[in-house]
Design a protein around this ligand. Structure first.
Ligand code: BDR
Ligand code: CA
Length: 332
């Protein structure tokens, strides 16, 4: 046992140079999904990130539906120059567990979208698109991953050298305490634990924005009111989508103020001071009879293992919502 005090948060911001505020180039790998959809809007609307591509994983819905939903959101945000590519249809092991209980049959229930003709599906597989962007970029790129990590595991298996071209991976995944899909397993990690494990041990710097921090961003009635007050078509669509998700959260977890998970990972990249992190040892449970897919996070140093990731612990909720509203307004 090496001690019971959680590591100091202050030591964790040195990876992020707060002086240089050129937009951070990112690729968003996601599975829209209502909160992934909001992550796309935040990434397009906030000038501190430069969204180079959206790739989709199979997760909240099938790969065809998550890709269509990503195209819908890019079309809605008028991000016509952002390529959208689809990835693997299944996790590395086992069948796909879709999240239709939360996100509905389309994966984005609650709004009737037009055909996103302005944003065609990119002809390349997600992995090939990411590999090409990493190869062509003079600087390392940040990957924000808000779905199961299948595509990133595939990328690193096919192109192990790409790990040197990734600045960091910031994911929404896991939890320091309890899960949401199994008692100890969060959805994104549970869907493809082997992928999450491979990504974690790849050596790429990892940051986990888990349920413990995303639950600090509940979509309250007040938040919904603020979204509507932005007064644009996009804000109206966003409010309708989030109303739908609130109703499913209410039914499943008795939690009508549904947490806005995925945009928290974008927030960590666009302003690291919004999401406080600590360094900690993280492992993915691959075998547990009741705990497969759990993130085992040693916040108190009881295992004596070396920290291998940053783990988000606190969200500046007030500033997070201000940033989110500003990005929505900027989309017009
Ligand atoms: C995660 O699961 C998905 O349903 C959400 O989009 C989010 O990425 C939360 O556990
Ligand atoms: Ca997601």
């Amino acid at each position: 046992m090496t001690g019971r005090n959680p590591p100091a948060a202050a030591a964790t911001t040195d990876r992020h140079d707060m002086e240089s505020r050129m937009p951070t180039p990112i690729i968003l790998d996601c599975d829209p999904g209502h909160d992934d959809a909001m992550a796309i809007l935040l990434a397009v609307g906030d000038p501190r990130v430069d969204l180079r591509a959206v790739t989709t994983s199979a997760g909240n819905q099938t790969i065809a539906k998550t890709a269509l939903n990503a195209r819908r959101m890019c079309a809605l945000a008028k991000a016509f120059d952002v390529p959208v590519a689809a990835g693997y249809p299944k996790p590395l092991t086992g069948p796909l567990l879709v999240g239709d209980d939360v996100h509905g049959e389309t994966g984005l229930d609650g709004w009737d979208f037009p055909e996103p003709t302005e944003v065609p599906l990119h002809s390349a597989h997600a992995v090939d698109l990411i590999h090409g962007l990493l190869t062509d970029s003079p600087e390392p790129l940040t990957l924000v991953v808000t779905g199961p990590q299948t595509n990133i595991a595939g990328l690193l298996a096919l192109h192990p050298e790409d790990r040197h071209k990734i600045k960091e991976i910031v994911c929404m995944g896991g939890a320091t305490h309890r899960g949401n899909t199994l008692p100890y397993s969060e959805y994104n990690i549970l869907v493809d634990p082997e992928a999450a494990h491979e990504v974690l041990v790849s050596g790429v710097p990892m940051t986990y924005c888990g349920l413990n921090v995303t639950h600090q961003a509940p979509v309250t009635r007040e938040v919904l009111g603020r979204i509507l007050d932005v007064g644009t078509h996009i804000s109206k669509v966003s409010a309708a989508l989030l109303e739908f998700r609130s109703s499913t959260y209410d039914q499943i977890w008795d939690l009508p103020d549904a947490p806005l998970h995925d945009p928290v990972a974008i927030a960590r990249v666009l302003d690291p001071t919004l999401v406080e992190c600590v360094q900690a040892p993280v492992s993915i449970e691959l075998r547990g009879e009741f705990t497969r897919g759990a993130t085992v996070i040693d916040l108190y140093g009881v295992t004596g293992r070396e920290p291998n990731a940053l783990v988000a612990t606190r969200l500046d909720t007030e500033r997070f919502w201000d940033v989110f509203m500003k990005a929505l307004a900027a989309l017009g």
